[in-house]
Design a protein around this ligand. Structure first.
Ligand SMILES: Cc1ncc(COP(=O)(O)O)c(C=O)c1O
Length: 430
């Protein structure tokens, strides 16, 4: 259905000033991040394995991040996208294999599977907006090797139920925590439920160094394989020199190392992460509480509010038309960011997060001329449907739901105005 772009105006909008842009971690940048960056620049040692006066920022960050998440190993990498590829390489994913990915995700997830030569299989979502364990079970075939659970829009998916399925079916579980850094279920941090977890520190994440990522695991051999794959394909000794004496670690590198500058900034951001999250969570739950007075508005199912990182509010309406009208009126009441930000949208407008908006997936495109990976003989018979309609629960939720990012720097007045705008809109629309 074509999106209704009718402009609605309000005679006396609740807000006139745009809401702040998202970028949760960046709002908390101050002299500490600047000092950390300068420390590395002054050392003239920006490479993690050797330098004039190496500070070992990356190594320290990995130790601190592993401790914060509760994982034995953390490997800092250049981005969340490369973290996914490194993790799938460590897990041995390749042609002839299927990996289950959610209908609501980010393009990097499916790209990582395709780049390994494997076939992505879509799993539908439920009212957590993450993978529905029942659909995961239905989608498992003898060719399934793993499940990627993406903890979307700030709150964890049902990691315990999906971990049980993965164990029963003897397939791996990789958690993508890019949008849920610091999230937890019953006190256990996301990233530690499966075999491996990945994180992103890109600009719009709960903590950020502009770009960056991390892979975590409790498994020593998976860590060693991930290490080799993220670098030049080989292990390194304690002095950072490449070593070639372990035949299980003569692999192929992806060249996506973290650098000292970003690691130093991330160490500061990691200390601030609990504060950043609690600010977003406080704002979000104040708004959610106000919305509870409107039984017609369905609030996203949150498994454990204490483990919600709070960076997005998702509300669902009885039908697509109501969702569109509510969204238009909210925007007319001033619930928008500056044009640079995508904020307060009906979810059908949420770009490459929706499986059916991913043109490369729909058209099964290839970077090479041979049709990789779709036409590989190993993948014969593994064709899947990626067109709209493949995941009906997700399709319905996308049309009926509105996504509102919750910036980490909302003032008391911002929160009150968001609530007022919702109240005014809902009284007139429902
Ligand atoms: C769910 C998810 N996975 C992976 C990524 C990729 O992270 P990066 O942008 O750091 O490559 C993102 C980033 O937007 C994401 O949202």
């Amino acid at each position: 259905m074509a999106e209704d772009k009718t402009i609605v105006e309000s005679e006396a909008p609740v807000r006139v000033k745009p809401l702040p842009l998202e970028f949760p971690g960046v709002h908390y940048y101050d002299d500490q991040e600047i000092e950390a960056a300068l420390r590395v620049l002054r050392s003239r040692s920006l490479f993690r394995y050797y330098g004039i006066d190496l500070q070992k920022e990356t190594e320290k960050f990995e130790e601190e991040f592993a401790r914060a998440v509760g994982a034995r190993y953390a490997l800092a990498v250049a981005s969340g996208t490369s973290a996914l590829s490194v993790a799938l390489s460590a897990l041995g994913v390749g042609p002839g294999q299927e990996v289950i990915v959610p209908a609501y995700m980010w393009v990097s997830v499916v790209a990582a599977v395709v780049n390994q030569g494997a076939i992505p299989v879509l799993g539908d979502i439920d009212d957590t907006f993450c993978l529905d364990p029942r659909d995961v079970e239905r989608k498992i075939t003898p060719r399934t090797v793993g499940i990627i659970l993406v903890h979307m829009s700030g709150a964890p998916g049902d990691a315990k139920a999906i971990r049980k399925i993965a164990k029963d079916k003897n397939v791996f579980l990789l958690e993508d925590c890019a949008q849920c850094n610091g999230g937890s279920i019953g006190g256990q941090k996301v990233g530690t439920f499966g075999d491996m977890g990945i994180f992103s520190f890109q600009m719009n994440k709960n903590m950020s160094s502009g770009e960056g990522g991390c892979v975590v695991t409790n498994d020593a051999q998976l860590y060693r394989r991930a290490f080799a794959c993220h670098d030049l394909g080989y292990a390194r000794d304690e002095n950072g020199r490449l070593v070639f004496n372990d035949p299980t670690l003569c692999l192929w590198g992806r060249g996506c190392r973290m650098d000292e500058l970003r690691a130093a900034i991330l160490r500061v951001q990691l200390e601030k992460l609990p504060t950043i999250i609690s600010a977003m969570r406080r704002s979000k739950y104040r708004i959610r509480q106000a919305l509870e007075r409107f039984p017609e508005v369905q609030l996203r199912k949150i498994q454990d509010p204490l483990g919600d990182t709070g960076c997005f509010l998702i509300t669902t309406y009885r039908d697509a038309d109501t969702a569109r009208r509510v969204n238009r009126m909210l925007r007319a009441e001033g619930i928008v960011t500056s044009p640079q930000g995508v904020s307060n949208v009906v979810m059908t407008e949420w770009g490459l997060h929706l499986y059916y908006n991913n043109v490369s997936l729909l058209q099964r495109t290839s970077a090479d001329r041979g049709g990789f990976p779709w036409k590989l003989p190993e993948n014969a018979g593994l064709e899947r449907n990626y067109a709209k309609g493949a995941c009906p629960v997700a399709d319905g939720l996308f049309e009926r739901s509105i996504l509102l990012p919750i910036p980490s720097c909302l003032t008391d007045q911002d929160e009150r105005e968001i609530i007022q705008a919702f109240e005014k809109t809902l009284r007139s629309c429902l």
